[in-house]
Design a protein around this ligand. Structure first.
Ligand code: SF4
Ligand code: SF4
Length: 436
C-alpha cells in the first residue's frame, strides 16, 4: 500500500514502524474472509484491509480521529485472525496497538465511555480490588442482572454475567512455592495473573499440581498484572510500567535461584508477555532484559508438550469427548494450535475440532463489555459450532473465553490444564464433578 507520510513525522520511530507495516499490505483482501467483524457486518471498514486504510489516513495526517474512525477501530477484536491469513506477513497487531494509543492521546470519548474504560483499566488488573468486588457482587448476581435488564444497560449486564455462579475460593498458589517430593527437574515461575486467579483459582492450582508432581518446583509470580488489559485499552505507558515490574521480578529470580521457564495459563496474557521486547523497544535499559525474559516464556500447553508427561488416568478419561476451542490469543497471537490438541489426545481424550475454529468467540479482553452486541452475536455462533460437535466438555486455554462462553454453553468449559492434570493423576475438574 502506498503511503504519504511527511519526512518529519517519520522521525518518530513508532510512526516509521507503522508506515513500514502499512506498506507491506498489498490490499489483496484475503484477510477479510477470516475477520469476524467483516463476516458479521459485511462492511469493508470493519475488515482488516479497511482498518489499515483508516489507520493510514489517521497517522499520515496526524489528525484527531473522527468518531467514525474510532468506531470502526474499536470494533476490532484484536483477535489477529487476519495475521494468520495474510500472505504478506502484515503485522496488524503492532499497527492496531499504535492506532489505539494514538486514539487515546488524540480523541476525547463520551464521558460514560471514559469512565467505563478507566474503571476497567484500574479494577481488573488489580487482583485485590477485583477479588473484593467479585466476593461482594457474586451473591447478588441475580438482582444485579435484573437491575441491568431493567435499566437496559447491555454493558452492565455483560459485566455482571462474568461474575461466577458461586463465590470462588482462594487459589492455593498464592500461598507460595510448591516443591516436588523427589529430585527437581527445574524451577519455573507461574504467572498467577489478575482476573483468572480470582474467577477460576482451580486453573493455576491444577497447573502447579501437575508440574510439581512431574518434578518441577513452581513459584507463584505475583509481581502484578502483565499489562495486557491496559495495553488493549491503548494505555501504552501503563502497559510498559507493568512489563518493567514483571521483568524486574523475573530477572531477580533468574539471577537468584534460576528459572527454567515462565509459564502462563491465560493465553491473552501470554501473547502480550511474549511481545514485551516490542512494548519496550525504545527503552534501552529494559530492551535486553525483555528479550532475556521472553525467551523462556511458555504457554502451559507448549511447556507440557515440550517436557512430555505420563498420563496415568487414561482409562478413566478415555470416553470423554472434548471440543477444543482454540483461543485467538493462542492460535493467532502465539501460533500455538496443535500442541494443546496433541497433548489432550495423548492424555486419552477424544478431541473434536470446532467448525469455524479460526473465528473469535467475542470475548477478547474487555471487548464483551465494551462491544456487547457484536460479542453476543459471535458468542452465539461459537456456542452453536461447539455444540454441533456433540462433545461432553469444552477445553480452552484462556480465562476470557471460559467466562464469556460459560454463560451460554450447555456443556461445561474448563482450562486444558485442568483436564491434563486429571488425566495425569490429579483431581477431576470442579465442573465435571457429579453434583450431589
Ligand atoms: S491479507 Fe494482508 S496484504 Fe492482503 S489486504 Fe489483508 S492485510 Fe493486506
Ligand atoms: S484483529 Fe480480528 S477483528 Fe481485528 S481486523 Fe484482524 S481479524 Fe478483524
Amino acid at each position: 500500500m502506498q503511503t504519504d507520510f511527511s519526512p518529519t513525522s517519520l522521525v518518530d520511530p513508532q510512526v516509521k514502524t507503522s508506515e513500514k507495516i502499512i506498506r507491506s499490505c498489498v490490499h489483496c483482501g484475503f484477510c477479510t474472509a477470516t475477520c469476524p467483524t467483516y463476516v458479521l457486518l459485511g462492511n469493508e471498514l470493519d475488515s482488516p484491509r479497511g482498518r489499515i486504510y483508516l489507520i493510514k489516513n489517521m497517522l499520515e495526517r496526524n489528525e484527531k480521529p473522527t468518531p467514525e474512525v474510532v468506531q470502526h477501530l474499536d470494533r476490532c477484536l484484536s483477535c489477529l485472525s487476519c495475521m494468520t491469513t495474510c500472505p504478506s506477513g502484515v503485522n496488524y497487531m503492532h499497527l492496531i496497538d499504535h492506532a489505539r494509543s494514538h486514539i487515546e492521546k488524540n480523541y476525547r470519548r463520551p464521558l460514560a465511555d471514559r469512565v467505563l474504560r478507566s474503571v476497567l483499566g484500574v479494577v481488573i488488573p488489580n487482583a485485590k480490588i477485583f477479588e473484593l468486588l467479585v466476593q461482594l457482587g457474586t451473591p447478588f448476581r441475580r438482582p444485579l442482572l435484573w437491575f441491568a435488564s431493567a435499566t437496559r444497560s447491555k454493558r452492565l449486564a455483560s459485566m455482571i454475567r462474568l461474575l461466577p455462579q458461586s463465590t470462588p475460593r482462594r487459589s492455593l498458589m498464592t500461598r507460595g512455592a510448591t516443591k516436588p517430593s523427589q529430585v527437581s527437574r527445574g524451577r519455573v515461575a507461574l504467572l498467577t495473573g489478575c482476573a483468572q486467579r480470582v474467577l477460576r483459582p482451580e486453573i493455576n492450582d491444577a497447573a502447579a499440581n501437575l508440574l510439581t508432581r512431574n518434578g518441577f518446583e513452581v513459584i507463584p509470580s505475583t509481581a502484578g498484572c502483565c499489562g495486557a488489559l491496559v495495553h488493549h485499552l491503548g494505555h501504552e505507558n501503563d502497559a510498559a510500567t507493568a512489563a518493567r515490574r514483571n521483568i524486574d521480578a523475573w530477572i531477580a529470580e533468574i539471577e537468584g535461584s534460576g528459572l527454567e521457564a515462565i509459564i502462563i495459563t491465560a493465553s491473552g496474557c501470554g501473547t502480550v508477555v511474549k511481545d514485551y521486547h516490542h512494548i519496550l523497544r525504545d527503552d534501552l535499559l529494559y530492551l535486553e532484559k525483555a528479550r532475556r525474559v521472553t525467551r523462556i516464556v511458555y504457554d502451559i500447553s507448549e511447556f507440557i508438550d515440550k517436557i512430555g508427561l505420563i498420563f496415568t488416568n487414561q482409562n478413566t478419561v478415555s470416553n470423554l469427548r472434548v471440543a477444543y476451542h482454540s483461543a485467538c490469543s493462542l492460535q493467532h497471537g502465539q501460533k500455538v494450535n496443535d500442541a494443546p490438541k496433541r497433548i489432550l489426545t495423548a492424555a486419552g481424550f477424544s478431541v473434536k475440532d470446532v467448525p469455524e475454529g479460526h473465528l473469535c468467540c467475542g470475548s477478547a479482553g474487555t471487548y464483551n463489555i465494551l462491544q456487547p452486541k457484536i460479542a453476543d452475536r459471535l458468542k452465539a455462533r461459537k456456542v452453536a459450532n461447539i455444540e454441533s460437535t456433540g462433545s461432553d466438555v469444552v477445553a480452552t486455554g484462556n480465562i476470557g473465553c471460559i467466562t464469556h462462553l460459560s454463560t451460554t454453553l450447555s456443556v461445561p468449559i474448563v482450562h486444558t490444564v485442568e483436564l491434563l492434570n486429571w488425566a495425569a493423576g490429579g483431581e477431576i475438574p470442579n465442573e465435571l464433578k457429579v453434583k450431589p
